[in-house]
Design a protein around this ligand. Sequence first.
Ligand SMILES: Cc1ncc(C[n+]2csc(CCOP(=O)(O)OP(=O)(O)O)c2C)c(N)n1
Length: 335
Amino acid sequence: MLTTSELQDMYRLMALITATSNRACAEVKAGSLQSAFYPVRGLEGVCAALGVAKQPGDQLVSTYRSLGDALAWGSDLRRVIAEIYGRADGVCGGKGGPMHLHDTSVGYMTSTGIVGSGIPIAVGLGIAAQLDGPNSNGTGRAVVTTFGDGATSIGAFHEGMNMAALWKLPVLFLCQNNQWGEHTPIAEYAGSTDLAGRAASYGMTAVKVDGFDPVATADVLREALERARSDGGPTFVEAMTYRLTGHSGSADYSYMPAEELAAALERDPVPSFRRAMLTSGQISEADLDSIEASVAATVDDAFTFAQASPEVEGHLRYRDVFAEGASLAGMGVRA
Ligand SMILES: Cc1ncc(C[n+]2csc(CCOP(=O)(O)OP(=O)(O)O)c2C)c(N)n1
């Protein structure tokens, strides 16, 4: 059962993700953000659920569509946006960009642009967590890896799932099923669209949940993470959503069936959650309005900060890229 304060935090996070994703797409379209930004519209409820379910010490491996995951995991918005701009104040010093965000200060271990490749990395982190065992409070740490539906047709997914199930690793495999892999709907690239069914066949708990319902998703994620932390093994969660935009920040989406998209927009996570909160009386209209106003100001501030952040200069571009002590001149690089 979520408290009122947790529900408010979830609403704030969802509104922040929507507003930031929309602003980044607008900047890409205007040409002022020259970056491969992947919108996260449709995933807000899943990310907010992750935000309330995680605990300090848990670790995350995400993908190129990572804005919502990064904010759910506690990364600073200003520094995330600076990273998307490739600027010096970014969480990775401007060298990760939008597709390779990470922020180890909060346990956000890495993201990758290669579909499915985060899965074996999370399995490795799961082995490390299992070897480390419980902390002084008697709880282990959980590892979460997020990925799209398309990743479940990649070889690394199957290898990772098998190993995690066999060794009962503390990993939550969170499939953000937005029903599209770039321009191809799931039914046209997968022999079985029952992704939770595929996962169950490896011998792990597999759950399908309505990812447009943040409260139901939070319940499922909390249970999965508790299972992981208490040495109960991995869980696969298939959060059913829909991609409410084109594939990337500037992409056309005319190939998406208009009626299908319109039906999904009826369930757009932020307005739907707002309606649900008002109907149940759990958050007042004044509180929801004040959250939205503060979100708009926070997003403006973060983009202003990022745009004013310096470019990554000269030799700093190579720091953390080559091993310390390697000779840049020897590699033909001018510092
Ligand atoms: C191994 C690999 N193959 C192909 C691509 C090109 N590619 C980039 S995004 C994408 C779609 C992946 O769809 P999904 O996993 O469902 O994630 P979504 O983009 O929908 O979040 C593809 C095929 C890639 N990055 N990596």
